[in-house]
Design a protein around this ligand. Structure first.
Ligand code: SF4
Ligand code: SF4
Length: 138
């Protein structure tokens, strides 16, 4: 795995997702993130970990713990190019790419509040730009 990633530090008490957020997430992804057993296969197959603050398996762990706010603030969601490599490797069929898409969808539904901000497009990987065009297309 390339890149430094981010050491997953969780301080308690920490705000966890509301029931509404959990319901919305479950409606979108139709997956039980609690089935993730942190084998890291998703992260070891991801071509973009060098540009992520949280690796895919860490996003899964945060989702499992209900720490949605940390995921919403992560740039990993927007670096992900939806290449599906992680999904093809997951032994639990959890489709991490779909989980990422689910969180992006939740942010985009809420984007009127200014949650999405691109600071410098020159630093965005080409794959992410192409994936973004798909994501933002109406
Ligand atoms: S490959 Fe699947 S089970 Fe393994 S850490 Fe990633 S999401 Fe969890
Ligand atoms: S879909 Fe996203 S998280 Fe999964 S391997 Fe591709 S870039 Fe990485």
């Amino acid at each position: 795995m390339r890149g430094e990633g981010r050491l997953l530090i969780v301080r308690f008490p920490t705000k966890t997702a509301s029931n509404n957020e959990r319901e919305e997430f479950n409606d979108i992804v139709q997956k039980n993130v609690k089935d993730c057993y942190q084998c890291l296969k998703c992260s070891s197959g991801c071509p973009l970990t060098a540009h992520m603050d949280y690796y895919p398996h860490q996003v899964m762990l945060l989702a499992k713990m209900g720490l949605f706010d940390q995921i919403f603030e992560s740039k990993t969601l927007w670096v992900c190019a939806s290449c599906l490599a992680c999904s093809s490797r997951c032994p639990r069929d959890l489709e991490p790419a779909k989980i990422m898409e689910g969180f992006r969808t939740m942010i985009l539904r809420d984007r009127d509040q200014g949650n999405v901000e691109i600071l410098d497009t020159r630093k965005v990987p080409r794959q992410a730009l192409i994936a973004s065009m798909r994501k933002f297309r109406r």
